[in-house]
Design a protein around this ligand. Structure first.
Ligand SMILES: Cc1ncc(COP(=O)(O)O)c(C=O)c1O
Length: 380
């Protein structure tokens, strides 16, 4: 009888389960107010879509792309990075194009972790770190609990004998941002532990509403940082991102990718280039400014409604998530809301530390968010 490998003994990927529930509700004809997955409803900038169309006419688009990414696209990354963060990167040795941040964040673990190595993962967190980043490579997990009292920043003194450390700011699911002091402390930790790989996930680097996010590479060269087109251009379906940083870690990631995949289709790499090239230094294109205006307004609107109902909201000025506490166990609340057609993400999907919390994503049209607010007002 067929039995999958034991390492696949994981509960189903939490967001795949949400997708199934949403599909079932839609199929039943009931209106669905979907505030679950962070998948922006807004379209990518036209010049980004045009870049895909134009690249289809490039004969190179019919050929295998390279696993590490097109050279010109890697040059766009290096140029953007210098303008945005003031850090110079060698496009040959310090940049790798990836199939979205998710793929890179999973693959880096294969390149770094031997069975039994300790992988430190924050909680609550994007589930890829504890699953693809630890369990699927037979690592041993060290949980770094994130608490609202510390602004959802971890206690770095707990990081000992760690082979791989995942951190993510601006943070999903909490919306937390880091302080410069924290980044300085983290940089020192990475410098003092060259055997450890610090993975810094900046998928939301461009979704900050008050002050721009800073790169860990401004504080240490001893890290690998992950970025994505998905959120900065509302282009989650294009599946393209990039890893930057320490040349040895980038080389290890490229080695794994060469064994497993053949890179991102060129038209979507060109979409990434178009987006990055549209920045003037650290000044984003007007389309991105407009995304920020819309998401931050929606966040404010939903936070206000939830706060009026007495929920504790973690107030944040980054990402398109609202993270709020509903009690000791969020599941009865989630299922009550689902009966009314409002789909939310249970905090426990981000690890035990998320229990009692709920994440609402404001990546659906205003009227959907408004509809959900009315239901919250009626039901609660
Ligand atoms: C923290 C974090 N990192 C990475 C990703 C993956 O992004 P991508 O679409 O580039 O794979 C997500 C997606 O939601 C995320 O929340």
């Amino acid at each position: 009888m067929f039995k999958p490998a034991e390492r696949l003994n994981l509960p189903g990927y939490p967001f795949a389960e949400l997708e199934r529930q949403a599909t079932a509700i839609k199929a039943s004809g009931q209106p669905l107010y979907d505030l679950s997955i962070g998948d922006p409803d807004l379209p990518p900038p036209k010049f980004v879509v045009d870049a895909v169309h134009n690249a289809l006419d490039d004969p190179r688009s019919h050929l295998y792309p390279s696993s590490r990414g097109d050279y010109e696209v890697r040059c766009s990354v290096a140029q953007w990075f210098e303008g945005r963060f003031g850090v110079k990167l060698d496009p040959d040795k310090q940049v790798c194009i990836i199939i979205g941040a998710k793929e890179g964040l999973g693959q880096i673990a294969r390149a770094v972790v031997n069975p039994g190595d300790i992988v430190a993962v924050p909680e609550p967190a994007y589930p890829v770190y504890s699953r693809a980043g630890c369990k699927l490579v037979d690592g041993i997990q060290l949980v770094l609990q994130l608490d609202p009292e510390n602004g959802f920043l971890p206690d770095l003194s707990k990081v000992k004998n760690v082979k791989l450390l995942y951190l993510n700011y601006p943070n999903n699911p909490t919306g937390a941002e880091v302080t410069d002091d924290f980044l300085m402390e983290l940089g020192k930790l990475a410098n003092a532990n060259p055997e450890m790989t610090l993975v810094y996930d900046m998928a939301y680097s461009e979704m900050c509403y008050n002050r721009p996010a800073r790169s860990i590479l401004e504080f240490t060269p001893n890290a690998i940082e992950f970025h994505s087109l998905s959120k900065m251009a509302c282009a989650t379906g294009y599946r393209v991102g990039f890893a930057v940083g320490d040349p040895d870690r980038i080389a290890a990631l490229i080695r794994i990718k060469e064994e497993i995949d053949s890179g991102v289709p060129l038209p979507f790499q060109k979409a990434l280039s178009a987006m990055l090239d549209s920045f003037k230094g650290n000044k984003p294109p007007t389309e991105l400014l407009e995304y920020r205006r819309i998401f931050s307004n929606r966040k404010r609107m939903l936070s206000k409604a939830l706060e009026e109902h007495g929920f504790y909201i973690f107030r944040s000025q980054a990402t398109f998530y609202v993270w709020f506490k509903v009690g000791d166990d969020e599941l009865p609340f989630i299922s009550n809301m689902l009966k009314q057609g409002v789909l939310l993400t249970p905090g426990s999907g981000f690890g035990n530390a998320g229990k009692g919390w709920v994440r609402a994503s404001v990546t659906s049209p205003d009227e959907v968010i408004q509809g959900a607010i009315e239901i919250i007002r009626e039901v609660l």
